[in-house]
Design a protein around this ligand. Structure first.
Ligand SMILES: [Zn+2]
Length: 396
């Protein structure tokens, strides 16, 4: 790429990022913020407008706001319809889709049932079929820019799925498989990594100095965003916080060991502790966190005790994580959210009391994206890779 072309590429993305983070603004303000000449901004904006990525709109400022002198107020804004980004979360027995527009609006979402033993090829086919449906919509046709896919397992930085025991996948080049089936760039990410990325990407005001993310459900995924970057380790498979050894013995974990945090705080742990005689199908298990939380709220002492026990194990794991990372925020996501919601204050209090004295206490809260967290997270990664130069980085 010639220098001038590269400078254009970078500056166009700086403009798109600025508009995403700060909202619509006049050309003069863009020039000032990006330290570019008005002529350069006009040239770049014209180019972006011809690609339908930005639009002009009448400025909507209050009477007290400064107005541009001598010209009607015209702002440059992202054109939400200028590009679309699909996120697909492959889970156990399901694939969940979220479609984002250029301004990060969720314009479509859908959950489809899949076989619990689905092959990588069949999972990619389900995504390709969904994409074909999108391409038939006039609004999206030809404007799907990229696709992000998440899986609940180890994923290398190059999109290669190393180990996904819960679906029986091992050494699958999922990115290559998906790019062969889809006509757009594809990015593959671990589900907790993507959810953490989506959490910060959709909240530009959130400090990204140090954030820990735990996704509690069938397993316990982890992610850390440190100094604005997703912490990935040497090959991309780091932050497996669910496999912190908090005991020397316990139920056998998906990793083959015993004593892992995951085995004490996931849905299976809830199932073992709360009326273990009851058999559950997939739907029953999915509904169990809500059922237990509702039972506790009604005064069911068994449910209350089970939730306290689970919170106790989580406190042990989080205390170690806080001592290591000194996070400003800990975000808890995943299907166990209903169980965690009523214990957040107690968990924060106990972690605060157990960490190294003098260490700052983190804020502990639930994820903001709900059940779409992985699919939206995957789509934000696709968006970031295609159009963005903000400070939050995926790493490599
Ligand atoms: Zn483990």
């Amino acid at each position: 790429m010639a220098d001038q072309t590269f400078a254009r590429y970078v500056n166009e993305r700086r403009i798109l990022t600025q508009l995403r983070l700060q909202g619509a603004m006049p050309r003069a303000e863009l020039a000032r913020r990006l330290a570019l000449t008005p002529a350069t901004i006009t040239n770049l904006v014209d180019n972006l407008a011809s690609d339908a990525l930005v639009i002009e709109q009448h400025a909507r400022r209050g009477d007290g706001a400064r107005r541009d002198v001598g010209r009607p107020g015209v702002d440059i804004a992202l054109n939400p319809q200028g590009g679309f980004f699909l996120g697909a979360e492959i889970g156990v027995g399901l694939v969940r889709f979220a479609l984002l527009d250029l301004a990060l609006g969720v314009v479509d979402s859908e959950t489809q049932r899949l076989a619990t033993t689905i092959s990588p090829t069949a999972a990619v086919e389900a995504i390709a079929t969904y994409v074909e449906g999108l391409e038939r919509r006039r609004r999206v046709k030809g404007r799907l820019r990229s696709v992000g896919i998440t899986v609940p397992g180890l994923v290398r930085s190059d999109g290669h799925v190393v180990h996904l025991p819960i679906l029986g996948w091992k050494d699958v080049n999922l990115r290559a498989l998906a790019e062969a089936a889809l006509s757009v760039p594809v990015f593959v990410e671990n589900n907790a990594h993507a959810a953490a990325f989506g959490e910060v990407y959709t909240q530009p005001g959130l400090s990204t100095d140090a954030i820990i993310y735990l996704k509690l459900g069938t397993g316990c995924g982890g992610a850390a965003i440190i100094n604005g970057r997703l912490m990935r380790g040497a090959s991309g498979t780091g932050s497996e916080f669910g496999h912190l050894r908090i005991r020397t013995a316990g139920p056998r974990c998906s990793c083959g060991q015993e004593g892992c945090l995951e085995t004490f705080v996931n849905i299976a742990a809830l199932q073992r502790a709360y009326r273990p005689g009851e058999g559950y199908d997939t739907d029953g298990l999915s509904a169990l966190p809500t059922r237990v939380a509702e039972a506790a709220a009604r005064g069911d002492r068994d449910a209350d005790a089970v939730m306290n026990g689970l919170a106790g194990h989580l406190i042990t794991g989080l205390t170690t994580l806080v001592n290591i990372f000194n996070p400003g925020t800990i975000v808890l996501g995943g299907p166990m959210r209903p169980v965690l919601a009523s214990r957040l204050d107690a968990i924060a209090e106990a972690v605060g009391a157990a960490i190294v004295p003098g260490m700052a206490r983190p804020q502990i809260r639930l994820s903001t994206l709900g059940e779409l967290e992985c699919a939206v997270g995957a789509a934000t990664i696709a968006h970031h890779r295609a159009f963005d130069v903000s400070n939050i980085e995926i790493g490599s």
